[in-house]
Structures are given as C-alpha cells and as structure tokens.
Design a protein around this ligand. Structure first.
Ligand code: SF4
Length: 227
C-alpha cells in the first residue's frame, strides 16, 4: 500500500523548517470511554484545523512528533493539525488493505481522551478539539494524548507502527496542511471508486487527475475489471 506515500514526504517537507520535539510512547492519557461534552466555561482553549491518517506499508516507528507548543504552553484558541501516519502489514490483497483504511479511520470516533474533546465528521478531514481547564491541571499533553491514539490504533492487529504528528506552531502553513488533507481525502475517494465501481472509462472519469498522479491506481482498477 503505497498510494499515500507521497503525502508522507509532503508532510515531512512541511514540518522540516521548524524545530521538532520527538517523544517515545508513554503511559497513555486516560480514555473516558465515551463521548464527552466540555462546556465553554470549562474550556481552556480550542484547536481547529485538520486531522487525518496517512496509511502506508512503509516502515513507521511508534512515536509522537510535536511541532510548536505543547498543551500547557497554549493560552488561546489557535490553528492546529494532527496527522497520524499508520504502517499496516504489506499485502497483495487490495480489498483487505482498503477495508483496513476504513477501519483505521474509525479509531478517532472511538477514542475519547479525557478533557480533550475531538470533533470531526465522517467524510471530512476537519478536526476541532476543545481542551478543558481540568485536563491541563491534571497534566494532559500531546505526548500522552498521542500515546493513547497509538494504543487505540494498535488494537487493530494489522497495524504495525503509528506516528502521531501534532502541529501547533503559529507560523506553520495551515493552507498546506489543508491541501495535503484534501489530497489524502481525494486519493481515498478514488480508491473507494476503484474498489466499488464498474465504470472504466478514464476519459469521462472525474478521478482521472488522481489516477494520473498516483502510481498503481489505474492498474488496480483495470486489474479488478479483469477478475
Ligand atoms: S482508472 Fe480510469 S476509470 Fe478508474 S478511477 Fe482511474 S480514471 Fe477513473
């Protein structure tokens, strides 16, 4: 599964000018086990931006990367991005890999870091986070939140490695994180079409631009046609 690998390079390029803090996985932040509501009066600040996964069969070492301030250093609402790079078992079975991508995407809907309310909608890469004052007092930080996300992803047996990248630097290019997220979404939608559609007319297909760019996508669609 290498359809998304160019996005890993684009993400690395995006964060390369900034100082990074890299953390190993630690004891995860507490999972509230169910959706929580943090009232405005209990909120320290909100983060708003994109949150998405990039799935690959390339090697990814577990860890958390932070570009910008940690939670205890943030005073006001600001832009952010969460990019979770997930290594899955390499397989020739595209259907299995495709099902895995969808399963991995559900993890964020089943992870409830205490005092860190993540909101996103299916079919969207937008992500908003409300952080409670209590969570900050209790010592919440990106390393612990990231460790919880890694633990939850690794409950899926085919997941081998997970790196969670949080970007909070004010100078970061959030138009670029948005663009990468949109491209990730477009590749996922193309894969969805390829796995489920019998339309093989590239000249009239509105996904041609992605298929022209992403190596192996066209071949996958035509291979499926031959089966
Ligand atoms: S291979 Fe052709 S028909 Fe299939 S999704 Fe790509 S552009 Fe569309």
């Amino acid at each position: 599964m290498k359809f998304f690998d160019s996005l890993i390079l684009e993400t690395e390029k995006l964060i390369s000018p900034f100082p990074k803090k890299e953390f190993e996985v630690c004891k995860p932040w507490h999972d509230a086990q169910q959706a929580q509501v943090i009232m405005r009066r209990d909120t320290a600040f909100e983060l708003e931006g994109v949150g998405f996964n990039i799935v690959t069969s390339g090697e990814i070492k577990d860890g958390i990367v932070l570009v910008g301030d940690n939670l205890n250093e943030i005073k006001d609402n600001r832009k952010f991005a969460r990019i979770t790079v997930v290594q899955i078992e390499d397989s020739d079975d595209e259907q299995k890999a495709y099902n895995l991508i969808k399963k991995i995407d559900y993890v964020k809907y089943h992870t409830f870091p205490d005092g860190y309310m993540m909101r996103s909608t299916s079919r969207s890469h937008k992500e908003a986070v409300r952080v409670s004052k209590q969570a900050l007092q209790d010592g919440a930080d990106f390393r612990k939140i990231g460790s919880l996300l890694i633990e939850k992803h690794k409950e899926i047996p085919a997941v081998i490695g997970v790196k969670v990248i949080f970007i909070t630097a004010k100078e970061a290019d959030y138009n670029e994180t948005e663009r990468i997220a949109e491209k990730n979404y477009a590749i996922t939608e193309t894969l969805n079409h390829v796995m489920n559609s019998v339309n093989f007319d590239c000249d009239t297909c509105n996904l041609k631009a992605i298929c022209d760019e992403v190596e192996g996508m066209k071949e996958l669609h035509f291979n499926k046609a031959d089966k």
